[in-house]
Design a protein around this ligand. Structure first.
Ligand code: SF4
Length: 90
């Protein structure tokens, strides 16, 4: 193999490795962006949040309510224990 061919082959390997490295970084960044979107909470208006219970259904007895912080796993903002929304889970 000539010196030029060896040089071209090595340059190709470096370029391929660099390309694959950049592609890997892009894949990781894309995955992180998807995770962030998945963690985004729904606005109260979209969840049809209301400050009063719906019969015997309220945030206080919803599985998504986080009583310690007065928040919800899926709806954004402060959440009242007496409130209710369409995502209620019993
Ligand atoms: S999902 Fe709705 S009902 Fe359940 S805790 Fe969150 S805001 Fe309250």
């Amino acid at each position: 193999m000539s010196l030029t061919k060896v040089s071209n082959t090595l340059a190709g390997d470096v370029s391929r490795r660099r390309f694959l490295g950049l592609a890997g970084i892009g894949l990781v960044a894309g995955t992180l962006a998807q995770v962030r979107r998945a963690e985004a909470k729904t606005a109260k208006s979209a969840a049809q949040y209301q400050e009063s219970p719906n019969g015997d259904k309220s945030c206080d007895n919803c599985r998504l309510y986080l009583a310690d912080s007065g928040t919800c796993r899926v709806v954004e903002g402060d959440i009242s224990a007496d409130a209710y929304c369409r995502f209620w889970v019993g």
